[in-house]
Design a protein around this ligand. Structure first.
Ligand code: SAM
Length: 308
């Protein structure tokens, strides 16, 4: 019998054993229900190769992002010596921070990306300064419980908001336990005000032999962006094969909502800056875009502080 697919809200058991109401996709076959993995696990753990092209595109702009980040932190009185790069991907920021003399622990759910990051750190002779570990952010406090507290946490390029509200908030609360009193959390995330004013229901990107087609829908009531990504691989000059379709969704916040989120999870909002350019906008990070107005910025870099 042919399988049919639909999305529904139901209890979802996370690896931590915690239950949370995430959107799960269920497959019904002959009246039996199989719950499939959360999209972050499907995309980043099962098919990490699908996102590699997106990292590639951003490698060039990483030094500009790190210079801006260090400048913002300095302006807020932070000169970190030891940082957690939570959801570090292939470690582009972690390795760059290590090049600036910062001791970094990079964590990510994807073993494949962590391997690439660790290889790069070794290649750059920075393995003693940039360490990498596979950690799901939903278990971050438990997994890093024995780590000495960090001076701060960075979480860059919309690597947060993937789960239901309670889980997202718990992650921020957990992070508070990992930094010293007076330490920081720097979050680079898409700006809801910008996104809604510039909303494109369809998108397209091309990386080497991959084409990614995107369909987007914004749920205003839940403040969540729903994307369906169609990954097509070029198999010959004229043939593209549809390899996979992945439906993803994440919470999107405006600046006042982000301020409220941090303040309600134990942090103290300190300052917001324009964040780093992403696929939503073709504008590259430059001193010009960094100085541009917050409302015109596709991304926000929000700095919060752990109270003393
Ligand atoms: C858009 S990428 C950004 C990566 C990196 N911060 C950068 O700027 O290159 C999002 C990252 O979040 C990671 N991720 C997604 N869900 C995660 C989870 N539950 N725990 C840890 N990492 C997760 C993905 O594997 C991916 O590397």
């Amino acid at each position: 019998m042919k399988a049919s697919f639909f999305s529904t809200k139901k209890n979802w058991r996370f690896p931590s054993g915690e239950t949370s109401k995430a959107t799960a996709s269920d497959t019904i076959t002959n009246d039996r229900v199989f719950t499939v993995k959360h999209w972050t696990e499907e995309l980043f753990q099962e098919h990490p190769e699908l996102f590699l092209g997106h990292f590639d595109e951003r490698l060039k702009q990483t030094p500009g992002e790190i210079d801006a980040l260090i400048g913002y932190l300095k302006e807020q009185g932070f000169r970190p010596q030891r940082v957690l790069d939570m959801n570090c991907g292939i470690g582009r920021h972690a390795v760059a921070l290590a090049q600036h003399g910062v001791q970094v622990l990079g964590t990510d759910i994807a073993a494949h990306y962590i391997q690439i990051a660790a290889d790069k750190a070794r290649e750059e002779k920075l393995a003693d300064r940039a360490e990498f570990r596979v950690v799901d952010m939903r278990q971050i406090a438990a997994k890093l419980a024995h780590e000495p507290p960090f001076d701060g946490i960075v979480c860059l390029w919309t690597s947060f908001g993937f789960y239901d509200d309670r889980t997202n908030e718990n992650i921020l609360r957990d992070c508070l336990r990992l930094v010293k009193p007076g330490g920081f959390f720097a979050l680079d995330i898409v700006n809801k005000d910008w996104l809604l004013q510039n909303y494109a229901e369809k998108g397209f990107s091309r990386n080497k032999d991959w084409i990614v087609l995107e369909e987007r829908r914004f749920d205003l009531k839940k403040s969540r962006n729903h994307n369906t990504w169609f990954f097509l691989k070029q198999t010959s000059e004229l043939v593209f094969k549809l390899e996979r379709i992945i439906a993803l969704d994440h919470h999107v916040w405006s600046l006042p909502e982000l301020m409220a989120l941090f303040n309600s999870t134990g942090w103290q909002f300190q300052k917001a800056y324009p964040g780093f350019a992403t696929g939503f906008t073709k504008r590259k990070v430059s001193s010009q875009s960094i100085k541009s107005k917050l409302s015109e910025s596709a991304m926000l870099l929000v700095i919060s502080r752990r109270p003393d």
